[in-house]
Write a protein that binds this ligand. Structure first.
Ligand SMILES: O=C(O)[C@H](O)[C@@H](O)[C@H](O)[C@H](O)COP(=O)(O)O
Length: 238
């Protein structure tokens, strides 16, 4: 479903409520909550909100396990790191055990080998079939999500859960969860706001099927399991 907001504070408030509700349901049902965070700039305000009262006190952080949907292959100290942004806005401000946080970065290993190791870690923590309780995503102006960039091979990966690959367009390696793993999640929340997302949002939600060009079209899960949190500027064409 698509939730449209005039006000970003309200958008982030409702996204925070979804995070909290999903966490509490998962913890009540199975004792822990597995979530993959997104990077980019859009989720920063949501993460800051989750780190503040009253939201922060509504999550049993000791039962939360943090992964990432994708990452730029850079050290955690690099200001391009998605993990760094999450630590600065959320993870250092809530009582989550350090051993419950799994950044997509390691020194001294290739991105490809890291991806294989990260997949093994996921197999230890996710429900047997590899189902996250929640995956947070953003969407680029080009219609990419996670690190599913247009015309890349990762769009066609149907077996691996995690892939590390060199992204020519950005001259950097990326680590990303794959399409089948994301589409298996119990819930997905996509945060996309700003006028620069309007064309891509139209193509992804209403346009002709062209997932090579608009990879977020690959988010092919039942409507009640995915929520798009968009502002009116991004929703101008839908
Ligand atoms: O590593 C990344 O860049 C993100 O994971 C990426 O998929 C992001 O969600 C989109 O690029 C939107 O980014 P903005 O929120 O900054 O527009």
């Amino acid at each position: 479903m698509v939730k449209r907001f005039n006000d970003l504070q309200q958008l982030n408030g409702e996204a925070a409520e979804l995070f909290i509700q999903t966490a509490n349901e998962a913890i009540a049902a199975g004792g822990h909550f597995t979530v993959a965070l997104t990077g980019g700039s859009s989720p920063a305000a949501l993460y800051q909100l989750l780190a503040t009262v009253p939201y922060r006190d509504q999550v049993q952080w000791e039962h939360v396990y943090i992964f990432w949907g994708d990452e730029r292959w850079v050290p955690l100290s690099d200001d391009r790191s998605n993990a760094r942004m999450a630590f600065e806005t959320l993870l250092t401000h809530v009582p989550i055990p350090e051993e419950h946080i799994f950044p997509m970065w390691a020194d001294g290993v290739s991105p490809e080998e890291f991806a294989r190791e990260y997949e093994q870690t996921l197999r230890l923590h996710l429900h047997p079939e590899g189902r996250f309780d929640l995956i947070l995503l953003g969407m680029g102006p080009d219609g990419h999500t996670a690190s599913w960039f247009p015309h890349t091979d990762v769009l066609h990966e149907q077996h691996k859960w995690v892939v590390g690959y060199y992204l020519d367009a950005q001259d950097m390696y990326r680590i990303t969860l794959t399409v089948p793993l994301v589409n298996r999640a119990a819930r997905v929340a996509v945060i996309a706001y700003g006028a620069n997302k309007a064309d891509a949002l139209y193509e992804v939600l209403k346009g002709v099927r062209n997932s090579e060009q608009y990879p977020a079209q690959l988010l092919d899960i039942a409507d009640e399991r995915i929520t798009w949190f968009v502002d009116e500027a991004a929703a101008a064409r839908i």
